[in-house]
Every structure is written in C-alpha cells, then in structure tokens.
Design a protein around this ligand. Sequence first.
Ligand SMILES: C[S@@+](CC[C@H](N)C(=O)[O-])C[C@H]1O[C@@H](n2cnc3c(N)ncnc32)[C@H](O)[C@@H]1O
Length: 125
Amino acid sequence: MDFHHIPVMLTECIEGLAIDPDGIYVDGTAGGAGHSSAIAAKLSEKGRLIALDRDPDAVAVATERLSKFSNAQVIHSNYSEIRSVLDRLEIDSVDGILMDLGVSSFQLDEGMISSIPTRRLNWQG
Ligand SMILES: C[S@@+](CC[C@H](N)C(=O)[O-])C[C@H]1O[C@@H](n2cnc3c(N)ncnc32)[C@H](O)[C@@H]1O
C-alpha cells in the first residue's frame, strides 16, 4: 500500500503545538502519520501521542509507521469520538490536538471519497 502524503505545513504545525516532551497530544486525522511521526519524535517516553483515523487503511499504515515510537498509539476511530476514546484511555486532559482536515493522495487515488457521505466532506465529524 503506497500511502504517500506530504504533511501540510509540518514545521508550522509542530511549532504551533509547542510540544511539551512529557505532554499528551492527539492527532485526530493520523493518515500516513507524517504529522504524528513528527509529534512522537518530540515526545519523551513519558509523553503520549494518541493518533486517530476513521479509515482502516490509514490506521494500518500509521500503526506501522509509528511502531518505532513507544509513546504513540493508533486507534481506529472517528475524531468525533475523541472524548470517549480518551475516557477509555483514562486521559482527562491533553496538551494539544492536531486536525489535518482533508484526504490523502492515497484515498483520492483509491477512489475512497465516493464512499464518504457529503456530510463527512464538510468535516463535521
Ligand atoms: C490529509 S489526511 C491526514 C494526513 C496526515 N496528517 C499525515 O501527515 O500523513 C486526512 C486523514 O483524515 C482522516 N479523516 C477524515 N475524516 C475523519 C474523521 N471524521 N475522523 C478521523 N479521521 C478522519 C482521513 O481518513 C485521512 O486519513
């Protein structure tokens, strides 16, 4: 699976998050894990990255790409379920959330968009 995606405004996103190495961060749209990898790389072993994606293919790719980071966890979920995901993980607050709202080149190439209802394309979760 060639899940190639150039992370948008990577430097700006990472700067904007002002990552605390021991903090807890959520990537609500993990995709090919470009942003997630950059976040995880800035975290200590105490820090945590919770990476969500609703697309099982993206979850598989992100899981593989983030496997080298012990502080990262990929979860198959819609970001609209973020509260219940964090509850299940017994996390009651986070230090930052990233949402890269869009689709990946892989998803466009594979025609996955046709299966996403219009409401979803409006990114209402
Ligand atoms: C532009 S890609 C993200 C790319 C990622 N930031 C990276 O660096 O590789 C957008 C991702 O958001 C996911 N997505 C779209 N709507 C979502 C939702 N409601 N909940 C979770 N993930 C969603 C898509 O499946 C896709 O993988």
